[in-house]
Design a protein around this ligand. Structure first.
Ligand SMILES: [Zn+2]
Ligand SMILES: [Zn+2]
Length: 272
């Protein structure tokens, strides 16, 4: 029986002879069903018309994204840390070339995902590389295809191994998570932010929303909470969720000034 994938968000559902009646993720207020209506695909069909492309940003940081763009269009990151390789965030398409490339680089020792919009085909990736999937427990209800590889963590931080830490920031989703790698960016530290901290189009600022497609903002309190969560960590580079959304330097200062700007706007201060 096929495992249907929602073409709007890329989420894979459990085996069924017919497609699900609706996509739970897309029906929720943070996502949307496109004007064409709900449509479905499968991994086999996706492999025919799409392929993954890769981009190495710096030593040990490789972006993997699908061309032409599929669903939300995010790219994942393969982080080659001293303690092992991490797949940060996930994409729907996993084909033979991607498996061969990653296996030649030592496989994947852990998968971690920022929030449910990027859960996609995580079970397929976990099986291909025999890797555990680390998700924040606060977003448990949004797992559409349960998998034995999923390990839910609770609390504010979870260390994968020395120098690689998952940090719960909340905001966009209650369990919204970013990854901090102390050894990344030449030892200055990096943050993989998904769209929990969204790198803006100008790559000079960050912003924060409950829903990006439906323009639902967060409160100043929620955004200040993101600052508090990341306060103990040093970092220079911030990798957002699209290929070209990267803040190369001064990430820590960018986060701090972006929180101040956001709070001023949402509270109607300073000319906003
Ligand atoms: Zn969907
Ligand atoms: Zn999202």
């Amino acid at each position: 029986m096929p495992l249907f994938i929602c073409t709007a968000c890329g989420t894979q559902y459990p085996e069924s002879d017919k497609p699900p009646g609706a996509c739970v993720i897309c029906e929720e207020e943070r996502q949307y069903v496109p004007p064409r209506g709900q449509t479905w695909t499968t991994l086999d069909a996706l492999r025919i018309g799409h392929a993954n492309s890769v981009r190495e940003y710096e030593t040990g940081v490789i972006g993997i994204g699908t061309q032409p763009q599929f669903a939300i269009g995010q790219r994942a990151l393969l982080l080659r840390t001293a303690g092992g390789n991490v797949l940060w965030d996930c994409i729907s398409l996993l084909g033979a070339a991607t498996v061969t490339m990653i296996k030649s680089l030592g496989g994947i020792q852990a998968i971690a995902i920022s929030h449910p919009h990027f859960y996609t085909c995580m079970g397929e990736w976990a099986r291909a590389f025999d890797a555990p999937i680390h998700l924040h427990a606060a977003d448990k209800q949004w797992v559409m295809r349960p998998d034995a590889a999923i390990r839910h963590w609770d609390g504010e931080t979870f260390e994968l191994w020395d120098g690689v830490t998952l940090v719960r920031c909340g905001g966009h989703f209650e369990g919204g998570t970013v990854l901090h790698w102390a050894g990344g960016a030449g030892g200055r530290g990096l943050v993989c932010s998904g769209d929990i901290l969204t790198v803006c189009m100008d790559r000079k600022w960050l912003s924060f929303m409950r829903s990006y497609p439906n323009f639902i903002p967060l409160s100043a309190r929620a955004v200040n909470g993101i600052g508090t969560a990341l306060a103990p960590f040093a970092f220079d580079t911030i990798y957002g969720h699209y290929f070209d959304r990267v803040i190369a330097h001064d990430g820590k200062q960018v986060l701090e000034k972006s929180i101040v700007r956001y709070a001023a706007a949402i509270e109607g201060k300073r000319g906003y």
